[in-house]
Design a protein around this ligand. Structure first.
Ligand SMILES: Cc1ncc(COP(=O)(O)O)c(C=O)c1O
Length: 389
């Protein structure tokens, strides 16, 4: 199996017990790299957040619901689930609503990965499920992306005949690259019986690729994750969903569902869904700023992986950690680094102004105007800003 690399998360018994129910999230991953202190006024391009935040209607909905938020208001979540399900073309028993998509990601892995059922993921890929799989005592199988940076579904199948979960993130985090619908179908048709395909569509709205909701409708062993943290700009409000056959949604709910939703999040998500042009408009803005940034990188001879999402990988031509450190010194926070691509780092697409700040800082660093050497006495600490190794 030339393409597979197997590893078990090595946690001490005490640590694994303590972490068994901890859900790993994007901000935790970012914070682990950048430390808790972010310089005042820094440009934050390290967590794939949406700099636009919630749309105006969502903000108004939050304000309007707040006086009633002394109540649980279950009905609000039920109505939201009905609306969302209707827009996706399914009925509401196909939809589990959660405070973000990190929860259902963790619950799905908990439900379907085990010491007998491996967790199979792309490398580089989004790491949260790896952590959950480690908690479940499952073997983690990392399979390199293809040369076109798609999930290598044939290699994923070959690498884990005992798979319990195939995690496919499309567009992928961190590369922003797509895996075709036909490849996901191939994975579905050839996976071991009892395994689940977990399709993470956190970034689907930024690209033109078709969703895998049709596979849900066809009754396949698939769970699709959606979040309001990305295009809808609600990362701090927390709303997401798992879409799958009712028996699958029920199964993952048993691993931690049932907590009432924050009513502010539900009100904001409902208002966002009702804004007919919101997704198209935000996609247009993101695409424009991303392509302007790519044009700038091209003009200056820098390499990057062409992305269809709100993040991309740029080649730093040296250990990327050094560049992250030097960029942070200029108050532009980027990152992180994936071991499979040590000389690349991930950049979130910010506003046009933020990307201009990125460009100025990146040019300084790449041209040696900000010398990483000057930081060498302690490259992990700059002006009180800690970057753990
Ligand atoms: C691919 C992917 N899936 C899931 C998540 C979880 O996001 P949230 O819990 O905010 O929905 C993230 C966060 O960045 C992500 O990048």
């Amino acid at each position: 199996m030339p393409h597979s690399r197997r590893s078990f998360l090595q946690l001490s018994t005490a640590a694994s017990a303590a972490l068994a129910f901890r859900i790993l999230t994007e901000p935790m991953l970012a914070q682990a790299r950048r430390g808790k202190v972010v310089p005042e006024g820094a440009v934050l391009l390290d967590s794939n957040e949406n700099p636009l935040g919630p749309c105006a209607a969502a903000r108004e909905a939050v304000v309007a619901i707040t006086p009633q938020s002394g109540r649980y208001l279950d009905r609000l979540t039920e109505d939201f689930a009905k609306l969302f399900a209707q827009q996706l073309g399914v009925t509401d028993e196909y939809l589990g609503v959660f405070a973000g998509s990190s929860e259902p990601l963790h619950y799905t892995v908990s439900a379907f990965a085990s010491p007998q059922a491996s967790y199979v993921t792309a490398d580089p890929g989004y790491e949260a499920g790896v952590h959950s799989a480690g908690n479940a005592g499952a073997c983690v199988v990392r399979v390199p992306l293809t040369k076109a940076y798609a999930h290598d579904v044939k290699a994923m199948l070959a690498a884990a005949p005992d798979a319990g979960v195939f995690y496919v993130c499309t567009p992928n985090n961190p590369t922003g690259t797509l895996t075709s619908h036909s490849d996901i179908e191939y994975l579905m048709e050839n996976k071991p019986k009892g395994a689940i395909v977990l399709v993470d569509e956190a970034y689907i709205h930024f690209c033109d690729a078709p969703s895998c909701i049709d596979l849900v409708k066809a009754g396949k062993d698939v769970i699709v994750l959606r979040t309001f943290s990305k295009i809808y700009g609600m990362a701090g409000l927390r709303c997401g969903a798992a879409i799958g056959r009712p028996d699958l949604v029920q199964k993952i709910q048993n691993y931690g569902g049932g907590n009432p939703m924050p009513v502010t999040a539900v009100a904001a998500a409902t208002a966002s869904l009702r804004e007919a042009n919101l997704v198209a408009e935000r996609k247009r803005i993101n695409t424009q700023v991303r392509e302007e940034t790519f044009a700038w990188l091209d003009r200056h001879g820098y390499s990057y992986i062409p992305s269809e999402s709100n993040c991309f990988m740029v080649d730093t031509r040296r250990p990327a950690r050094e560049v992250i450190t030097a960029m942070a010194q200029q108050k532009v926070i980027i990152g992180r680094v994936w071991p499979a691509m040590p000389t690349c780092t991930r950049i979130t697409v910010g506003t046009r102004e933020e990307m201009q700040q990125f460009q100025a800082a990146f040019e300084n660093v790449m041209k040696g105007k900000v010398t990483v050497g000057a930081l060498r006495p302690d490259p992990r600490r700059i002006d009180g800003f800690a970057l753990p190794s």
